[in-house]
Design a protein around this ligand. Structure first.
Ligand code: SF4
Length: 222
């Protein structure tokens, strides 16, 4: 099965969906957004990273920045921070570049402002980007890298079968949730403290809206 252009969802949302399906739905179904320190730091980091003219070559490696990627199988589209093209003596799993002769192995690189996380949200986003490139160029990509600004180190991510399955499963659930246009129910947990949408989500407000209206509106007018 493949998705049509009208069905495509933003690839960057897959990390939000894995972090919290309700956060993803607030952003992508209700078009809600709010910044906190973490989101502002991320935005500042991407100022240079996403500039296509910034550092286009690094030794033998070609640096392609802000690259559009898409997969009709996953139904996802987005922008990859950086695709590095490494020279290869063999044509297997390589692509061609209009300006540089030879065979080039693509290596997706994602930039993150913090440090490696305990969960797989960053790895999931990078794997989804690789799966898009694989579909677009009919190649297989073995690994990519995530650069963390806080540690100033790159972290290698092997695109294993389980990671790929996780991407497929999360993409399918995103499409299912989007088709309902329903917000998943809020569940307050430790991660809510890091969520920039906590004031919109109000996960600790457990009583239904009708109780709130009954208490604050109907009582006053009675
Ligand atoms: S506040 Fe918590 S439940 Fe609400 S969107 Fe954020 S992480 Fe999800």
């Amino acid at each position: 099965m493949t998705y049509t252009d009208d069905d495509m969802l933003m690839l960057s949302g897959i990390q939000h969906f894995m972090f919290c399906p309700r956060q993803w739905a607030l952003i992508h179904i209700e078009q809600q957004w709010d910044d906190n320190r973490l989101t502002i730091e991320g935005e500042l980091l991407h100022k240079h990273v996403d500039d296509p003219a910034y550092r286009t070559k690094n030794g033998d490696i070609i640096c392609l920045r802000a690259v559009s990627v898409a997969s009709k199988v996953l139904g996802l589209y987005g922008i990859a921070d950086l695709i590095e093209l490494l020279p290869s003596p063999l044509p297997d799993n390589t692509i061609c570049h209009p300006r540089y002769r030879g065979y080039w192995l693509p290596r997706p690189v994602e930039y993150k402002h913090g440090q490696p996380k305990q969960d797989l949200t960053d790895e999931l986003q990078l794997t989804a980007q690789a799966m898009c490139l694989e579909e677009q160029y009919h190649i297989t990509i073995e690994y990519g890298e995530i650069f963390y600004a806080q540690t100033r180190r790159r972290h290698r991510v092997d695109f294993t079968g389980p990671l790929r399955d996780l991407v497929i499963d999360n993409a399918r659930q995103m499409h299912e949730t989007f088709s309902t246009r329903q917000l998943p129910v809020a569940e307050y947990s430790a991660k809510c403290r890091k969520c920039s949408l906590i004031d919109i989500c109000m996960p600790d407000q457990r009583s239904p809206v009708r109780n709130y209206l009954a208490k604050n509106l109907y009582e006053e007018t009675a």
